[in-house]
Write a protein that binds this ligand. Structure first.
Ligand SMILES: Cc1cc2nc3c(=O)[nH]c(=O)nc-3n(C[C@H](O)[C@H](O)[C@H](O)COP(=O)(O)O)c2cc1C
Length: 248
């Protein structure tokens, strides 16, 4: 690592997903600030295609917990936000000007997803800088129709992921990332370097052993095989098309 540093970079490097929270309330002013900081992220062509739904209703939380594969922190965390890629608002803005906005383009779906992920990560970092912790919940895409109904999402609005936030009640430890040399390519794409992978596998194996007190004996290669050698939510294409996305 270089010795280039800043308070923001230190904050980023200290990131760890938090799944256990204290009972302390998070003031609404803090949540408002976190979402406003999210909004400050860059936006493709300044189209501002994101909406965030803060879910406080207990019954809705339970529905979302069940729809996310029963992840208990979805129901119990102090703050739960659902980040939606929202093309509906701009469609309505166009309609108010008598224009029927063309929809269904893959490029629009990419823009809305990219912008919303940038928005969310800005929010996560803002939350962490205020002493909160959190975790993304991609699990809401297990049952996107249920989420859509629960939150009354119209067509052209897609719930990408949730985010649990609160004051941390655990310190799970930093998860070591791939060596920079495997990620930062110079001038052209570099194929996988087996030696670097072998050494990273050892680093991650040590990490899992330590974090699980010896119970989890695995490494990155095994993790990738287990995670990616299966279908990836194949219902998503049909769902996205039902919402009016990916038709062109
Ligand atoms: C888009 C997205 C969706 C995720 N979904 C879940 C989830 O449903 N449940 C969960 O416990 N963690 C989820 N995570 C957290 C990852 O598992 C976590 O970021 C990763 O293991 C790295 O660990 P770290 O964040 O502690 O460094 C998600 C992360 C991202 C970026």
């Amino acid at each position: 690592m270089s010795n280039v540093n800043s308070a923001v970079i230190e904050q980023m490097m200290a990131h760890q997903s938090i799944r256990k929270f204290t009972d302390d309330d998070v003031p609404q002013a803090m949540i408002d600030t976190i979402v406003a900081a999210g909004q400050a992220a860059s936006s493709s062509s300044f189209v501002q295609v994101s909406s965030v739904i803060q879910v406080t209703d207990k019954a809705k939380r339970e529905t979302l917990q069940a729809a996310s594969g029963g992840q208990v922190y979805v129901g119990s965390c102090p703050v739960f936000l659902v980040f939606c890629a929202d093309l509906k608002r701009n469609q309505a803005i166009c309609a108010a000007q008598g224009i029927d906005m063309p929809t269904g383009f893959a490029e629009q779906a990419l823009i809305a997803s990219i912008d919303t992920a940038l928005f969310a990560q800005n929010s996560m970092l803002a939350a962490e800088s205020l002493g909160l912790g959190g975790v993304y919940i991609g699990g809401i895409r297990n049952q996107p129709q249920v989420v859509t109904q629960c939150l009354n999402l119209p067509d052209q609005v897609v719930p990408l992921f949730g985010m649990c936030l609160g004051y941390p009640a655990q310190d799970p430890g930093l998860k070591p990332r791939l060596p920079l040399a495997m990620v930062l390519h110079q001038d052209s794409y570099q194929d996988l370097d087996e030696q670097q992978l072998t050494s990273y596998n050892q680093v991650l194996s040590d990490y899992y052993q330590q974090r699980t007190k010896g119970k989890l004996d695995t490494n990155f290669s095994e993790h990738i095989e287990k995670t990616l050698n299966k279908e990836a939510r194949p219902h998503m294409l049909g769902y996205l098309q039902d919402q009016g996305w990916f038709t062109k």
